[in-house]
Design a protein around this ligand. Structure first.
Ligand SMILES: Cc1cc2nc3c(=O)[nH]c(=O)nc-3n(C[C@H](O)[C@H](O)[C@H](O)COP(=O)(O)O)c2cc1C
Length: 179
């Protein structure tokens, strides 16, 4: 299987995860980049008007890959607009895929994200995994309320998510290197 990680990150959390998985899997990495620098206001405008993002063209031939790992933050219960636009633009070249995100953490949003991915790509993901910043801040304690938006993780924080990451990699039938 030839795997490509395709990711978008606004504040760096998914960047850290993408580079960690790239290192473990020794696979290729494609960062989705926008034409204009984004801010909190344009995040909200894109959501309110259901707008697509304007992406810089990428130079990777997706047809060279048969397994995709997509990664992006969640904004107001939705896939970040740059990833959504990438998936819409490239649907026909995308085969087997999975989705993983470092997000704030909201109960029940995973099902909604899975439905959205199926609508966009016309096929189900192998696995959808959420790594909740909330779990980092509360030690996984249910019901504890913390402010997660804007929190920036460090690479060492990924240790907390190791079980979920291993499960994600296993479903991808990929042999992962230890941390
Ligand atoms: C405007 C905004 C809305 C957000 N909404 C959600 C949300 O609905 N659910 C969630 O789990 N996280 C939400 N988050 C948190 C981000 O998904 C989280 O901070 C993520 O790790 C950021 O990833 P990045 O650093 O790669 O951009 C939101 C963040 C922002 C800025």
């Amino acid at each position: 299987m030839r795997t490509l990680i395709v990711y978008y990150s606004f504040t760096g959390n998914n960047d850290i995860l993408a580079n960690d998985l790239k290192r473990r899997l020794s696979c290729d990495l494609l960062k989705i980049e926008e034409v204009k620098k984004r801010n909190g206001f344009t995040i909200l405008l894109d959501i309110v008007f259901n707008r697509d993002a304007r992406l810089k063209p990428h130079k990777v031939s997706l047809l060279d890959y048969d397994n995709f790992i997509f990664m992006a933050p969640i904004w107001v219960g939705r896939l970040a607009a740059p990833l959504k636009t990438f998936l819409k633009n490239n649907r026909k070249e995308i085969s087997r895929y999975s989705f993983i995100t470092v997000c704030g953490g909201v109960e029940g949003q995973k099902e909604k994200l899975t439905r959205k991915l199926i609508r966009l790509l016309h096929r189900p993901p192998e696995i959808v995994t959420e790594l909740w910043v909330a779990d980092l801040l509360t030690g996984g304690k249910k019901g504890a309320s913390v402010k997660t938006t804007g929190y920036q993780i460090a690479r060492k924080d990924l240790v907390v998510f190791e079980d979920k990451i291993q499960e994600f990699l296993k479903v991808n039938q990929l042999k992962a290197q230890p941390v």
